[in-house]
Design a protein around this ligand. Structure first.
Ligand code: BG6
Ligand code: MG
Length: 211
């Protein structure tokens, strides 16, 4: 396994790592679940981390006795995204977790490339809101992948955009599905939050500053 000194690129997940949008995703899905009278709590929500919008809806609907058509599912996912985007409207550069900017600058000064690897189709909107688009050499997100985490596609695309071999890439993730994706990509997996306690995580951290 690679040592920290051999890492040439860091690929950051966005939701739940650089910004606390994981809570906003939860609140938007909670509105949908409540409307449909489906049991949904933060524990179930942990299964949605890193998972695409449509796959997240499928997980929520597991608790429903009612069957939904593809058309109805599409409408529900769109409604959730409207609630979610409404909650992003008030987001500002102050909503970035702790001293993320300082840490990214430090990594860049140490010669590392930086990328985003997120399943979200709202990635560019969020990076724009928090004024961090220019911090990254590559952005791989829900708009350039066909399979979401735990599939490694999003991270492999990021490595390809950076021109760095996957074995020299480290992924920073809060989702078990993201750690699975990083390992499937042959990358070093740094876990924060929920992912810090996951057995497949190579290195658990409690704050980005520990990187
Ligand atoms: C991931 C989140 O980053 O993006 C998931 O962890 C979310 O919870 C997924 O479902 C897709 O996001 P979006 O913004 O495209 O609905
Ligand atoms: Mg995440």
């Amino acid at each position: 396994m690679i040592m920290d000194k051999e890492i040439k690129a860091y690929i950051f997940d966005l939701d739940g790592v650089l910004v606390f949008t994981d809570e906003l995703h939860y609140l938007a899905w909670k509105k949908i679940a409540d409307k449909l009278n489906i049991e949904f709590d933060r524990k179930i929500n942990n299964r949605l981390r890193g998972v695409s919008r449509m796959d997240s809806l499928e997980i929520i609907l597991e608790k429903s006795a009612k069957r939904y058509s593809e058309e109805q599912k599409k409408a529900l996912a769109e409604e959730k995204n409207e609630y979610y985007r409404e909650s992003l409207e008030t987001m500002t550069p102050d909503d970035v977790v702790g001293k993320v900017r300082e840490k990214l600058t430090e990594l860049r000064n140490a010669g590392c490339k930086l990328a985003i690897g997120s399943s979200s189709k709202n990635t560019k909107l969020i990076l724009n809101k928090i004024g961090m688009t220019d911090f990254f050499d590559a952005i791989s997100d829900g708009t350039n992948i066909t399979k979401s985490k735990p599939d490694p596609e999003v991270f492999l695309k990021a490595a390809e955009m950076l021109g760095i071999d996957p074995q020299y890439c480290a992924v920073v993730e809060d989702a078990e599905s993201g750690i699975d994706a990083a390992k499937a990509a042959g990358m070093y997996a740094i876990g924060i939050g929920e992912a810090a306690n996951y057995h497949k995580t190579d290195r658990p951290i409690s704050s980005i500053m520990e990187i």
